[in-house]
Design a binder for this molecule. Structure first.
Ligand code: AMP
Ligand code: GLY
Length: 423
């Protein structure tokens, strides 16, 4: 079979890597891909937002199924465009993807279906929002309604910081129309976890638990990033908590979306805060997490192609997911300055040596070829991912490998998965 993967980050490299192991996959295309993906797939030079071009490509190349990585094309209706032409694609339709694309919609939906989440208010007026923030005090969380590439959420420790965030979103319009509305919500404390499921709108198959590391520096210091590392399983998600997540979050969400006429097919991701053994939803994402996908897919035993086909054909009940018992840890190597300004084009050394290691895969994120050499081309550059018999061994393997890699300005967190070890 021929598969097309949309996206070009670490998550998509993991998806392509996993698909390449399927005995039923003959050829993989990726749009736009990166230097690592190019070793396994043919990268095509189209924009992930060019839905018409991609539909034509899929028809012309007789693509059997397309798998979408990022939220942007999903929220712009890529699934609708493919399905209209009778093409198979894994991911939610535009109306279902709104669960991620609009934080206001997600909050109102959660309230309607009694899904545990933080208390909140929605504002369209800056003055009313400011008044509310002054009344509530800090810490408090400010969220732009629309997609803002992971930068639209500010966890404000002081009232001044919250007002500065409101000003940036509502007055300076830093995220454009994504800031037409803001959610102001209660700041929750506890431990975060990511919980992802595959669903065809009826059957829900949970993935293994995982945890992301959003802040740029060790001990969760510094600004938020796309994610500096992740591991699976996450011990904070005990079997009791897992049951609560399924009963109180995933089942009501998928049933609720169907009731609203927004049948959800694809991967549904709940970003959770776990406090006193109770999960609260911080956000829903309409896709695989990045970097959570890297540890998750290195642990997945089952064939991802079969899962994707079963979702698009609405027969997921026929699939059994199997997971390796090993743990997996992914440490992200980022460009100097990330998540702020950074330079690109720095040659990456050591990748060949790491290839010789057992149990380690380096997923590329922002990389490109320049004169036959692999160079940096983004903020998050690589996700060094390793398996081990437990988190400690996986973590040791990942850190041993990342130390063999070098590029100018490279930085990475030294404490990925340490929370799992210190429990
Ligand atoms: P989101 O994109 O909504 O997941 O927010 C990004 C990050 O902001 C989350 O992963 C949390 O670290 C943090 N965050 C979001 N909402 C809250 C909240 N209500 N309380 C505390 N932290 C939050
Ligand atoms: N790892 C966070 C995200 O994918 O949104």
């Amino acid at each position: 079979m021929k598969v097309l993967v949309i996206g070009g980050g670490g998550r998509e490299h993991a998806i392509v890597w996993k698909l390449a192991q399927s005995s039923r996959v003959d050829k993989i295309y990726c749009c736009p891909g990166n230097a690592g993906i190019a070793e396994l797939a043919e990268c095509i030079d189209l924009s992930p937002d060019d839905h018409e071009g991609l539909v034509n490509f899929a028809k012309y190349e007789w693509i059997d199924i397309t798998i979408v990585g990022p939220e942007d094309p999903l929220s712009k209706g890529i699934v609708d465009a493919f399905q209209k032409q009778g093409l198979k694609i894994m991911g939610p339709e535009k109306t279902a993807a709104e669960i991620e694309a609009s934080k206001v919609y997600a909050k109102e939906f959660m309230k309607k279906y009694n899904i545990p989440t933080a208390e909140y208010r929605v504002f369209t007026s800056y003055l009313h929002a400011e008044e509310y923030v002054r009344m509530k005090g800090a810490p408090i969380v400010i969220k732009a309604d629309g997609l803002a590439a992971g930068k639209g959420v500010i966890v404000a420790q002081t009232v001044d910081e919250a007002i500065e965030a409101l000003r940036k979103i509502m007055k300076d319009r830093a995220f454009g129309s994504a800031g037409d509305r803001v959610v102001v919500e209660e700041c929750l404390t506890g431990e975060e976890a990511s919980y992802l499921v595959f669903t065809d709108g009826e059957t829900i198959l949970p993935m293994a638990s995982s945890q992301d590391h959003k802040r740029v520096f060790d001990n969760d210091q510094g600004p938020n990033t796309g994610g500096m590392g992740a591991y699976s399983p996450a011990p904070v998600v005990s079997p009791e908590i897992e049951k609560k997540i399924m009963d109180q979050v995933m089942k009501p969400a998928i049933r609720g979306l169907a009731k609203e006429g927004r049948k959800y097919k694809g991967v549904l991701y709940a970003g959770l805060m776990i406090k006193d053994e109770q999960p609260y939803v911080l956000e829903f994402n309409c896709r695989f997490g990045d970097p959570e996908t890297q540890p998750l897919l290195t642990r997945l035993e089952s064939d991802l192609l079969e899962v994707a086909l079963a979702i698009s054909e609405e027969r997921l009940s026929s699939v059994v997911l199997e997971w390796k018992p090993e743990a997996s840890v992914c440490v992200v190597a980022a460009s100097g300055g990330y998540p702020g300004k950074y330079e690109k084009g720095k040659p990456i050394k050591g990748l060949d040596r790491v290839k010789e290691l057992d149990n380690v895969v380096v997923f590329h994120a922002g990389t490109a070829y320049n004169n036959g050499q692999i160079v940096t081309a983004g903020g998050r550059v690589l996700g060094v991912t390793a398996l081990g018999k437990d988190i400690k061994e996986a973590r040791d393997n990942a850190y041993r490998a990342i130390q063999m890699i070098e590029f100018e300005g490279m930085h990475y967190r030294k404490d990925i998965a340490s929370r799992a070890l210190n429990r």
